[in-house]
Design a protein around this ligand. Sequence first.
Ligand SMILES: [Mg+2]
Length: 271
Amino acid sequence: MSKPIRMRSYKTGALYFFNFFIRTKIFTLCSLIFNLCSQNMKYKYVFIDLDDTLWDFHTNAKLSLQDMFVHRKLNRHFTDFEEFFRIYAKRNIELWESYGKGEITKDFLMAERFRYPLSKMGVDDMKLAEEIGIQYLEILPAKTALMPYAIDLLEYLYPKYPLSIISNGFVEVQYKKLRSSGIEKYFSHIVLSEAANALKPDKQIFEYALELNGAKAAETIMIGDSYEADIRGAQNASIDQIYFPLKKNENFTDKPSTYYIQSLKDVFDIL
Ligand SMILES: [Mg+2]
């Protein structure tokens, strides 16, 4: 009498494992179908800005300027680093806006942003300003701070989309930043304004990037922190946009974009 019972128990066990195996496979298949359906299939290419979108420009610049302040003994001219930084940062923003509009040259920007704070302190030394400008561009790209979730985002996007950097930054600096922070490997193309012969928000730089990728504007999306350069630029080229502003409490009513995010991890819900 015991033999048939043992056989039944073997059969029951085998059936249990068979059912478990089938259910696991069905679950995996359903998850796969769900993931495929939940992906935004509209987009096939992703363009991303570098400074303050992936690479933490603000933190890295401040660290570099602190190094410079100590190395050049600028405490001879300023009360402290914060005083120097306050004057520098305000002028630097103005200069980048002018550079973006094509009003000033790269060389003027590099020297003027250091000449100005020195002249405010009564030091009119253009040679010193130019030397500091050159040394700053050597120190800055070696810094490695990235925006929160930048690596998580790239790890997430990289297997799904060809990624391209679209940046107005200088050639000799941007490649070093990408290498020192270890993110160059994620990108199919590094599109810089100097190579494209146009600065964001000019649609020419976006069209140049589309051509490099063999992509259409309608299947591409741009992620960036600058409304003026990244979002308006993408709009000029009829490319959808994900706006990732540095100031999270900004008023967005007059700044429309396809998507707006507060954290890079919010992109997981879009792409
Ligand atoms: Mg930026």
